[in-house]
Design a protein around this ligand. Structure first.
Ligand SMILES: [Zn+2]
Length: 169
């Protein structure tokens, strides 16, 4: 997933934006406020038996660490379809969405992450765009994960699996 950068220039006149003490940034040229909406990303925990798909990050932040396949949702795109698209682009695995694990956001961060549980229904795993490696890992033996919230996501995922009466992983 690419890093998200806040815009630095005005969408109307191209002048530089200046952050305000409170509220939206404003343009130094025309004075218009620059409202910055949250940026939506989607990720999948794609499982196959007792393993899940992880991708090794080829870009900062946390280059070389592993995380769930994820990416930004395009405007007008179905969020679950975006999640499936990112899985194929990054790992060549074809996934089917089962349920929403949760929405993850943090104070001060632009990105909101929607995480889905999914099952592999086709494809052969391999490293696609923006990843240096993609592999299935046994859930009991996962490598170092890139993001602090990854552990919380896994915990929430396990709780929901138990609630649904699925095999504990
Ligand atoms: Zn302007």
């Amino acid at each position: 997933m690419h890093r998200y950068h806040d815009p630095k220039f005005c969408a109307f006149c191209g002048e530089e934006l200046r952050s305000a003490v409170e509220g939206p940034s404003f343009c130094l040229g025309c004075g218009r406020p620059a409202y910055q909406d949250p940026k939506l990303a989607a990720a999948c925990i794609v499982s196959h038996e007792d393993s899940i798909v992880l991708v090794k990050r080829a870009i900062e932040p946390h280059i070389g660490k592993w995380s769930f396949p994820s990416g930004y949702v395009n405007r007008g795109e179905d969020v679950a379809e975006a999640a499936v698209r990112e899985v194929v682009e990054e790992t060549f695995v074809v996934a089917r969405i089962n349920w929403l694990v949760g929405l993850y956001s943090e104070v001060g961060r632009a990105v909101v992450l929607a995480v889905y549980d999914a099952t592999q229904v086709g494809g052969t795993i391999g490293a696609g765009d923006e990843t240096s490696d993609a592999r299935m890992f046994n859930v009991g033996d996962l490598p170092g994960l890139a993001f602090e919230h990854d552990r919380q996501i896994l915990k929430d995922w396990r709780v929901e699996r138990d609630r649904r009466g699925l095999v504990s992983l």
